[in-house]
Design a protein. Structure first.
Length: 249
């Protein structure tokens, strides 16, 4: 007997979702299942046991980070209830050309920490440097530190993210674009749209949505590609631009 293991069950014509990260992901999963028959799923995945998982946006955001969190060492220079004092010390440390200066909040306490070290001896070397600079009260702490991912690992994560986004955007009939303006003035939106067409080779549209006109640039299956255009547009002065999802219908 074929065994189908699916994260949501089909009951009385309705899908029951448990602990999905948000409404968008519910719709993604529901639409995916509604458009796939069980035989199609078996044929596509070539196995009797099928498990469909939707990675939450928080988990995907963590995966995109260029670093891992793991046990290590930092130097702590300040711990107190005054945020301005913590920020002042952090700025002083940055002025010493020290990398990885953090202001962290732990309940009502603000902490200033420096460094990301896997070896205690490296933290001790920084501690000596801090003490020589006048921070005699600094000390070493153990805790989570950032360890940079290799370029190969970051590339693999980006490629996997790209693949997933292209798959879902194709199945869900939406694409990514950059919104550079939202206004009630249709003429203003149309004028900016014409100006943008002269500045980029990407498709540009002034799209009405209710009483609001939006100027959209680009049409991407991958959010990663859209974010690349977003960076270029921000360098060109569009600081309020952002990535948005647009229905293909």
């Amino acid at each position: 007997m074929l065994r189908l293991l699916i994260v949501c069950g089909l009951f009385a014509g309705s899908f029951l979702f448990a602990q999905t990260p948000n409404e968008d992901l519910k719709k993604d999963l529901k639409s995916f299942l509604e458009n796939k028959s069980f035989p199609e799923l078996l044929n596509e995945f070539k196995q009797e046991t099928i498990q469909l998982t939707v990675t939450g946006r928080q988990e995907r955001s963590i995966a995109r980070r260029p670093y891992h969190m793991q046990d290590g060492y930092r130097c702590q220079v300040f711990a107190g209830t005054s945020l301005p004092s913590a920020e002042k010390i952090a700025n002083q440390l940055k002025a010493l050309n020290l990398d990885s200066v953090y202001v962290l909040q732990d309940e009502s306490l603000f902490k200033v920490q420096v460094g990301n070290f896997q070896q205690r001896t490296d933290a001790e070397a920084l501690l000596t440097q801090l003490q020589n600079a006048g921070y005699s009260g600094a000390w070493i702490i153990e805790g989570d530190v950032r360890v940079a991912k290799s370029e190969a690992e970051q590339q693999a994560i980006a490629e996997q993210e790209n693949k997933l986004e292209q798959q879902f955007s194709s199945e869900q009939n939406y694409y990514y674009a950059i919104q550079v303006m939202a206004t009630v003035d249709s003429e203003k939106a149309k004028q900016l749209s014409r100006d943008m067409e002269l500045r980029t080779q990407q498709p540009v549209q002034a799209a009405p949505q209710g009483s609001i006109w939006k100027v959209l640039v680009g049409k991407f299956n991958s959010r990663t590609d859209a974010e690349q255009l977003l960076r270029e547009l921000k360098k060109g002065g569009f600081n309020d631009a952002w990535v948005t999802q647009i229905s293909s219908h």
